[in-house]
Each structure stands twice: as C-alpha cells, then as structure tokens.
Design a protein around this ligand. Sequence first.
Ligand code: ASP
Length: 317
Amino acid sequence: MSRDEEAIAAPRPLRLWEVAPKNGYALALHGGAGGRIEELSQESRTAFEAGLRAAHHAGTAVLSSGGSAVDAVCAAVEQLENDPLFNAGRGAALTTDGCVEHDAAVMDGERGLAGAIAASRFAKNPVFLAREVMERSKHLFLVRPSAELATAWGVETAPQDYFITEARVEQLARIRAQSGDGPRHGTVGAVARDARGNVAAATSTGGMANQTDGRVGDSPVIGAGTYARNEIVAISCTGEGEAFIRGVVAYDIAARMRYLGSGLPDAVTQTVETELTARGASGGLVAVDAEGRVTVAHNSPTMFAAFDGDDGLVLLT
Ligand code: ASP
C-alpha cells in the first residue's frame, strides 16, 4: 500500500479540537478520515496541505465578504472536488466496475432545506448538483441523476475520463490483487457559520474504493453524514459510512445539543463513543455551532482538515 493511501482502520482514542468563536463567521473543512496509518511523506503532506489551504481560503473568502454559509461550504467543497488528491469529484475512488460514482449533499440551516445526489456519474462538481436539487427540485434526494438534468440546471458535466485518475486505477488494481483486503475510503466536507448567524454543511465523496456499483454511503444521507440546523449546529462527517448511517451520527450530535442541552464538544465526544467507537467504526467530522464555535474530531488514526485555530490556520494531515 502506498504511504498516502487510505485503509479501513480500527478506532483509536478520540482526538478533538475546539475553537472559540472569533470573527462572527467560521469555517471548518475536512478532506477525509480514510484511516491511513502511515506518516505522509513530506512531499505528499505539502500537496495535501496546499489543497486544504486553497479550499479553506475559498470558503473564507465568501464569508469575509459577507457571503452566506451555503455559498461558503459549496466554494470550499468545490476546490476539494477539483483537487485529484481527495476522494471527491476528480480523483474519486473507483467502484468494482472501475467507475466513479459520486455522492454529495448540501444542507442550509437557515431554511431547513437540503439537496442530495447519489451514484452521480456526470456532474463535474457534485456539490453543485446537490445544491441545485435543493434550490430547484421538489425532491430532496436524487439517485443516478442524468447528465441532461445537470445541464438543464446549468451544472457543468464531465465524462468519466475526467474523474478517473491513474492513481485510482492503480489503487483498484492493488485492491483486486489483495484478496481479503478491506475497502479504502475518503470524503470531503465543510461547515460554516456566516456573519448573519446562519449555518450550513456540505459533503462530497466517491465512497469506498472497490465498492459495489450503486453502494451509497452516509455522505448524502441527511442526518447521517451531513446535517445543519440554525440555532444548533452544522456537521459534515467522514468515515465508515455504514456505521454513520446506523448511528445517524450527525443528527445524534444535533439531538444531544438540542434536547439535552449539551455543548458541541461534549455532544461530539458522546456520539463518537456510543455510535462509532462502540461499533468498532472509525471516522471523524467537522462541526460549527450557532455561535461559531468549531469542533473537529476523529477516532480514525488521521483526518485531513483545515480550520482557524487560536494562532492561525490549523492543517491536519
Ligand atoms: N463516508 C464515506 C462513505 O462511506 C467514506 C469516507 O468518508 O471515508 O462513503
């Protein structure tokens, strides 16, 4: 396995970062908690950091100029989808049949609206198609959305060749050659609170490498991998999707805050423990509460993430 490749990993003790509200707005993003155990080479680390920094910059630029939380999370996720290093958009993991199938979701905490797509093969930026489902459709969740629909909604399409990278073809060949080897995964996502106090979340993924065609993970499932509700929290998750769906992880955190009055870090800690670690599942998440307090946490060995810490931008690789 290459050093920077993701693999399923057993849960580790929770690592959690907590940042107090700052500018009136806040943004945090992740680039997946694939469970990589090895240290990255310096070269890989630099490349991943550049991608995370660019995405954080794109989202923050929206917020600092008075833009909405929804626009900010979409701008951040767009950058990560365009970066072939991350498992979303171009460079997403391949299914057993060697195809790219994207899942994505957007949720707007202000309006309580959401849009999601699964097994999408044509949208260049799946997050934009999910957003258009939210804005234009009477439905919330579309499976296998057609290229015609994307085009009709003004969403750019791309052929499979655009999404499939050499690194992912090699990864699939390696997985196929290793009998009994588990699937590999990764995802990207962002949460934001804008200056008006509205929150939003977006998540986008190619799912698990070597997943059965048609398999859908937690990322586009509202309440599992993605959730946002004004006055409470916005959350984007990454990790073993099946466990996140079973544990309804994003909503479980929101429910602890809403009904038990838990603070964000405490809600995250409790949910990860009871819904993930107790299931032997690993992953992580980024979250922002109504005041702009950010929590970033993972029980996987590593997680790619970017957020504003007390002393400037924090990059996790
Ligand atoms: N949660 C994603 C999925 O199950 C994968 C990941 O985040 O690593 O599709």
